[in-house]
Design a protein around this ligand. Structure first.
Ligand code: AMP
Ligand code: ZN
Length: 458
């Protein structure tokens, strides 16, 4: 499989550290508000990566962290902690806020049929690990202390800025609120709690004083704890390239003299009305909103699959409607067919080839529809092949879409009718068939079974 590595700006053959196994760390949500469909775009993309690698036979361990402390309103250490700010806004404790939105995130994963990560570590549960890592970086001579915290001295990392192709002159010229920093690029590893004013809700003792970890250190500490050092793949949104991942790479250099991950993958943002959307700017739908608008949530997953993770997506309700129609059509088509035993070899080969080229999902979806329309393949084999592909697509293709689901009442009537037929009670069988028809369904008789279909009035 080849994967585009942001670190080298090239597609590279995936060579895993342990043959047959892959470790993936995906930067997780900051749990101060509801995840929107932009956030979930990222996690669907990485779920496709995980599922693809499993489909190809790898044993995958994915870690998705929960950022519940330290992420300030500006990614670059300025402003208030998002958790403390959110807590004031909602009138609940920062801890309760974190729990609430962590649960919402988990619910989102389920709704979008995203496979549960092996580990979902919280930053607040890993304060000792973060302190140990800062101590290591400090012992190696890469830190300095100012009045509000311990900072990484980026001038001591000659490669700083290479990863993000950053213009260092521009960064140095940036006017920062924090005048004590040696360079605007320097970032906090540990921040001290304010000396006066309201106390922080989340703070810990440390060798440097009471405070809390910077945002970037949690990901370096937890990725290496759960995946080893180095590990295979680190993922995140494109917004992480310039600051968060640049700083993670810098921390890796300060602690061990090298990068922690071999491959860094980034998803491009989804846009709405042409503008980038983030939780702090607000204004984008959540998965629950889409449900409220009577969409099948997996139609959103389908829509994501029609885009390439490095291209992003321009979201609109119209494109979501089109995705819903396509998903219903695909499921409807499969519901009509018995599943065969033969997975079509040629289509499977093509599927693996396209997926293996840096997850070319738009081409994968085109292949799906080419297979549906291919008259040379037996319908049962189409179904077997598509259900096999669904291990990666995760669209639950063997389910009916909402509105097409057969209710228990209809299923029960159909079962009674089948029994009536079995014992030769044709009057009862006809009565039940007519009754089912009045409810909007038709029965198609098979040898020892029957199929229920929605009555289509054209
Ligand atoms: P956050 O909860 O803000 O830390 O973001 C969680 C993940 O969502 C990060 O990996 C972000 O890069 C990603 N993300 C945020 N907004 C978008 C968007 N509009 N499109 C795609 N990914 C996004
Ligand atoms: Zn991270």
């Amino acid at each position: 499989m080849v994967i585009y590595n942001t670190a080298t700006r090239k597609k590279e053959e995936l060579k895993t550290i342990i043959p047959g196994k892959v470790g993936i760390y995906s930067c997780g949500p900051t749990v101060y508000s509801s995840p929107h469909i932009g956030n979930m775009y990222a996690y669907v993309c990485w779920d496709v990566l995980v599922r693809t690698l499993r489909y190809l036979g790898f044993e995958v361990k994915q870690v998705v962290n929960i950022t519940d402390v330290g992420h300030l309103t500006s990614d670059a250490d300025e402003g208030e902690d998002k958790m403390e700010k959110g807590s004031k806004k909602e009138g609940v404790s920062a801890w309760d806020l974190a729990k609430k939105y962590e649960n919402e995130f988990l619910e989102n994963l389920k709704l979008l049929n995203i496979e549960t990560p092996a580990v979902m570590p919280r930053a607040t549960d890993h304060i000792p690990e973060q302190i140990e890592l800062i101590k290591k970086i400090e012992a190696n001579g890469f830190t300095y202390k100012i009045s509000d915290g311990i900072y990484f001295d980026t001038a001591k990392f000659p490669g700083y800025g290479d990863f993000g192709h950053l213009d260092l002159e521009k960064i140095k010229a940036r006017v920062e609120e924090n005048k004590e920093k040696k360079s605007p690029a320097d970032f906090a590893l540990w921040k001290f709690s304010p000396k006066d004013g309201t106390r922080r809700q989340m703070e810990w003792e440390s060798p440097w004083g009471v405070g809390f970890p910077g945002w970037h250190i949690e990901c370096t500490a937890m990725s290496t704890k759960y995946l080893g050092n180095p590990f295979d793949i680190h993922t995140g949104g494109e917004d992480h390239i310039a600051i968060h991942h640049t700083n993670e790479i810098t921390q890796g250099f300060g602690a061990w003299g090298r990068q922690t991950a071999n491959i860094w993958m980034h998803n491009t943002f989804i846009t709405f009305d042409g503008s980038k959307i983030s939780k702090s700017t607000g204004g984008l739908y959540t998965v629950f909103d889409l449900k409220g608008l009577s969409f099948n949530v997996l139609a959103y997953r389908y829509l994501v699959l029609t885009s390439h993770y490095r291209k992003g997506l321009e979201f609109s309700l119209d494109s979501l409607k089109a995705a819903q129609v396509a998903l219903d059509k695909l499921r409807g088509f499969l519901a009509e067919i018995e599943v065969g035993r033969e997975i079509d070899k040629n289509y499977k080969e093509k599927f693996v080839e396209i997926l293996g080229d840096d997850l070319a999902m738009p081409e994968v979806m085109a292949l799906v529809w080419r297979l549906v329309k291919d008259e040379n393949i037996k319908p049962e084999d189409k179904k077997a092949t598509l259900l096999d592909f669904d291990r990666v697509l995760g669209l639950k293709l063997d389910e009916r879409s909402k509105g097409e689901e057969i209710s228990d009442e209809i299923s029960k009537m159909a079962a009674l009718r089948l029994e009536a037929r079995r014992v030769g009670n044709w009057t009862e069988s006809d009565r039940l068939r007519d009754l089912i028809k009045t409810k909007g369904y038709v029965i198609e008789d098979l040898k020892n079974d029957c199929k229920i279909k929605k009555l289509v009035i054209s």
